[in-house]
Design a protein around this ligand. Sequence first.
Ligand code: 5RP
Length: 251
Amino acid sequence: AGALDNLPGDWVGDDDGRFSPMTTWTQDELKTMVGQAALQYVVRGQLVGVGTGSTVNKFIDALATMRDQIAGAVSSSQASTERLRALGIEVFDANEVGELAVYIDGADEIDPRGYMIKGGGAALTREKIVAAQSRQFVCIADASKQVQCLGRFPLPVEIIPMAAQRLVRQFAALGGTAQLRMKDGQALRTDNGLQILDVHGLRISDPLAFESEVSVWPGVVTVGVFAHQRAHICLLGTPQGVQTLQFAQAL
Ligand code: 5RP
């Protein structure tokens, strides 16, 4: 089988052996491409850390093809756990297992250093926990997630409900407008039973310092800046195919 056989759509080759797509990929197809490409980072015989979101769903679907070659998964959300189990992949509690070789997850934004904004799917706390338990973070994203500076996507922050109004004022002092995330007319509840603030209008030029600062505000459970848990690698879905961006060596 050729290298292009697993990629959706038609490809054309030039005289120098370079291939380019004949079609324009939809965002969904780009997600499928990076989800499949992430399989190469899954270590046979071991557990894999699994993130949350529509891109990760493509990865989970691809992972099902090698379910007999892995020990199982540690999941970052109830949604991913359900999908993994439905496809016959065993899911372990993070406390039952030790360090993981690799964590595969999407992002809402990723900058040129591998720093990310995450939490669009409200799973940021468990995502950060599983990422911290893993030696390597492989981010899978379509090219629309690439930014020069974090902050265009509203920053998700998981909070203790009692602190909501105080935190809205603290973000306002940084120039941000924080809104409680709603679902079906009520404040959304995360898998942890907590709430999410989405903070608009920030420009996060120093993600490490920002994450350190906001993480200690009383009532903040997790801020959706992943700088201390940045990506080691990003598999980026582009019109020219999957690009591999390396930001750091695995731990
Ligand atoms: C969930 C996340 C997701 O990784 C992020 O929202 C990207 O999702 P998608 O792949 O659906 O664009 O952080 O909390």
